[in-house]
Design a protein around this ligand. Structure first.
Ligand code: NAP
Length: 281
């Protein structure tokens, strides 16, 4: 079974759009998401455009604020402070990566926790690890939604997550643990990676290397979630970290790239924006 994140997210966005229609009558306005884009990195521009498009579909007001690559850190922090103070702003997202002269951690920590739709603020991260209410990071949240929508039983399963980044690997491992999977976290220093991955009933791959996971690394019947977004060096087309063509016949469930985890990430951003909005009333 191929889980289409594109189809699932379209369905969820349509449901959200229905709900948002009722907000002006109930709350006097619709949710407002502000996306801050520094510089003109093509990948970042495309992500920000995708977020604006999804906002329009759901009926969320979206403002994209563009600033030049050369913006001083202090000026960016001032902008965030003004957005924090703006009662008409419900969600703030600073598109990453930021230019080298800007401290990303400082910028993320400057966002009001209650408007942190990415779930990257240290207080949201701490709450996640303490199993307290928080805004969940979008990609891990989307992955769990996909598994559940596909009817995958997570409890008791051996899950292997490759990659330990703050935005994907670490939080998705925690969410799988909270769903009672037995989680192994693998990374670039893992020995005998293929042996580890072959033991996975659920394999989540977030590395950033085209088609790194080959068929011999996956067991028959495994559930495979491919988070990677790469350019295939041979064709120049988008591809994941998983060799989809070789593994799809072996896997019981697999996500494609594009059209898998990516659309679910944006869908969860919409959901997070609505959640942050509702908490303000
Ligand atoms: P990242 O911060 O670069 O982390 C990559 C992780 O992969 C690191 O933990 C690294 O291990 C591990 N790794 C690298 N080479 C490895 C190897 N040969 N064997 C085992 N592990 C290895 O990446 P990220 O931000 O998590 O993103 C990962 C991928 O997901 C990228 O392609 C990114 O574009 C994509 N992504 C997609 C979405 C989406 O919505 N679809 C969202 C976020 C990211 P060490 O820690 O040991 O260095």
């Amino acid at each position: 079974m191929i889980i289409s994140g594109k189809e699932l997210s379209a369905r969820l966005k349509a449901e959200m759009a229905e709900e948002v229609k009722g907000f002006p009558a109930k709350y006097g306005r619709v949710p407002h998401l502000v996306v801050v884009l520094v510089g003109d990195n093509p990948a970042s521009v495309s992500y920000v455009t995708g977020k604006a498009k999804a906002s329009a579909e759901v009926g969320i007001r979206n403002t994209t604020i563009r600033r030049p690559e050369s913006i001083p850190e202090a000026e960016l922090l001032e902008l965030i402070a003004s957005l924090n103070a703006d009662a008409e702003v419900d969600g703030i997202l600073v598109q990453l990566p930021l230019p080298k002269h800007i401290d990303e951690d400082k910028v993320i920590a400057a966002i009001d926790k209650s408007k942190d739709v990415d779930g990257f603020h240290p207080l949201n991260v701490a709450a996640l690890w303490q199993k307290q209410p928080c805004t969940l990071p979008c990609t891990p949240k989307g992955i769990i939604k996909m598994l559940k929508a596909a009817g995958v039983e997570i409890a008791g399963k051996r899950a292997v997550v490759i990659g330990r980044s703050n935005i994907v690997g670490l939080p998705v491992s925690k969410l799988l643990l909270d769903e009672n999977a037995t989680v192994t976290m693998a990374h670039s220093r893992t020995r005998n990676l293929a042996e580890v991955t072959r033991g996975a009933e659920i394999l989540v791959v977030a590395i950033g290397r085209p088609k790194f996971i080959t068929a011999d690394m996956v067991s028959e019947g495994a559930v495979v979630i491919d988070v990677g977004v790469n350019r295939d060096p041979e064709t120049g087309k988008l591809c994941g970290d998983v060799d989809f063509a070789a593994i799809e016949p072996k896997a019981s469930v697999i996500t494609p790239v594009p059209g898998g985890v990516g659309p679910m990430t944006i869908c969860c951003l919409m959901e997070n924006t609505i959640e942050c909005f509702k908490r303000r009333f």
